[in-house]
Design a protein around this ligand. Structure first.
Ligand SMILES: [Mg+2]
Length: 456
């Protein structure tokens, strides 16, 4: 090897061996939540859209590119976002719609390789070297990426930025560099050139504290870091962190793409209208969810060992806690007890936006069941059915956060443009219609109901 890293590294610690081809791909949808909203709401296409907590202390989850031009970005407070871009459409997130689209995208990625590592609903690594592609030259990879972008566009109507490189680091940087709707292959051997001029904060693991320490030793760019002897970086950041970053600065990253195990699971979750901070109330909801999960499992003749609780905090941080039983169960009380216990370990004092209970590690109810093959599809079906059910925690009167899908007996499918003072304003349109008309109704109008998103 002839990289600077190779020359300076101590003999005792072998260097990661870079791949000889740009066969790791990073796919990242552009402004995902906002793009789904613009796809499903034709009147918002080309306009600023902000998805997030719409209340006084909410934060921006995703801003469309039109809104970003006003300086609005993720994690900004909703109050500041409104001040910067008062004309934007402010929408509550529709996670069920985002999840449905995410499933389509992840399936497309799995057609490229069995090694797909999702990072979030809209972002994943793909190891093309495991996919049996005959041509992994830079041009070959570019053709694979271009075809993927086209299929994502056809199937979901969305644009994805794709980067490829000889490592996860390089692939992710490549997809970032060319956003939105990008396609960039950084060829093997070109890593140093690509990295040198970028701020050091582009490296994973460089947060505010690390970047302050690096600034103190004169490091602002990745190239500055790469130019230092390893010992100086280790002295500033400690052995493990220092060496890790020094290697990354040289484009040396041998982290493997790890496919998520395809484990069947049955789960149910609800997003609350108002954040709930009362642990007793949350525990009661978890109990009801456990009963629903077990009900579905039994119908699908499944039992499972791992119980999970998922919570989303007011700032959209999502946490999952799970515990594994010694033997599979299909007992609602056991699932509920574990779920309560897991929930008890979460700080709910700031309130929860969302709570979910799931069981995974599922096995067929009866060993050697002749019809076991039939149960393979049962879990996803159960999930779909659960999503369509009314929420456990739903108030008795329907609620109409902005952006929510609704159905009107006379006017069809639409979405809530605004609500207040006993009125709901609805725009009647779907992804396949031209921009629609707006009408207002009394909240009590029985012809108007919340509806699940239209998915394909
Ligand atoms: Mg994205």
């Amino acid at each position: 090897m002839t990289t600077p890293a190779a020359r300076r590294a101590p003999q005792s610690a072998p260097l990661p061996r870079p791949r000889g081809e740009a066969s790791i791909l990073h796919a990242d949808l552009d402004a995902f939540y906002a793009a789904v909203e613009q796809r499903d709401k034709p009147s918002l296409r080309g306009k600023p859209v902000i998805v997030g907590g719409t209340g006084g202390r909410g934060v921006v989850a995703t801003a469309s590119y039109e809104a970003r031009e006003f300086g609005v970005h993720s994690a900004m407070s909703a109050v500041e976002a409104r001040a910067r871009c008062p004309k934007a459409a402010f929408l509550s997130p529709r996670f069920d719609a985002y999840q449905a689209t995410s499933r389509v995208i992840m399936d497309l990625l799995r057609e490229l390789s069995p090694l797909v590592e999702p990072l979030s609903l809209d972002e994943a690594y793909v190891d093309l070297a495991a996919g049996g592609h005959p041509d992994l030259s830079d041009d070959g990879v570019r053709a694979i990426a271009a075809a993927l972008k086209e299929r994502v566009r056809e199937r979901t109507g969305l644009t994805v930025s794709v980067g490829a490189g000889s490592s996860k680091l390089i692939a992710k940087i490549a997809s970032d560099l060319d956003k939105p709707n990008g396609l960039l292959v950084i060829g093997a051997g070109d890593e140093d050139d690509a990295l040198r001029g970028l701020p050091v904060t582009r490296l994973p693991g460089v947060g505010p504290a690390t970047s302050a320490r690096l600034r103190a030793i004169g490091v602002n760019l990745i190239g500055d870091l790469a130019a230092l002897p390893e010992a100086d970086v280790v002295a500033a950041l400690g052995r493990t962190h220092g060496r890790g970053l020094w290697l990354l600065a040289h484009g040396l990253d041998d982290r493997a793409v790890v496919a998520e195990r395809e484990s069947k699971s049955v789960s149910v979750e609800d997003t609350f209208e108002h954040d709930i901070a009362d642990l007793n109330r949350l525990s009661a909801i978890a109990d009801a969810m456990a009963r629903r999960v077990v009900d579905r499992m039994r119908r699908a003749r499944l039992s499972g060992r791992t119980v999970s609780v998922k919570v989303r905090l007011p700032d959209f941080t999502t946490l999952t806690r799970s515990a594994t039983l010694p033997a599979p169960t299909d007992d609602a009380r056991t699932v509920a007890r574990l779920a309560r216990q897991l929930l008890g370990d979460v700080d709910v004092s700031a309130g929860l936006r969302l709570l979910g209970v799931g069981v995974s590690g599922l096995s067929d109810w009866t060993q050697g069941d002749l019809f076991a093959a039939d149960t393979d599809d049962a879990a996803p079906e159960a999930e779909a059915a659960l999503e369509a059910e009314p929420a456990t925690a739903a108030p008795t009167r329907p609620s109409y956060p902005p952006g929510r899908d609704v159905h009107h007996d006379e006017f069809g499918h639409g979405w809530v443009q605004g609500a207040g003072s006993g009125w709901v304003t609805v725009r009647f349109e779907t992804r396949d219609t031209p921009p629609g008309k707006v009408r207002s109704f009394r909240v009590t109008d029985s012809r108007l109901q919340p509806a699940p998103p239209v998915t394909d």
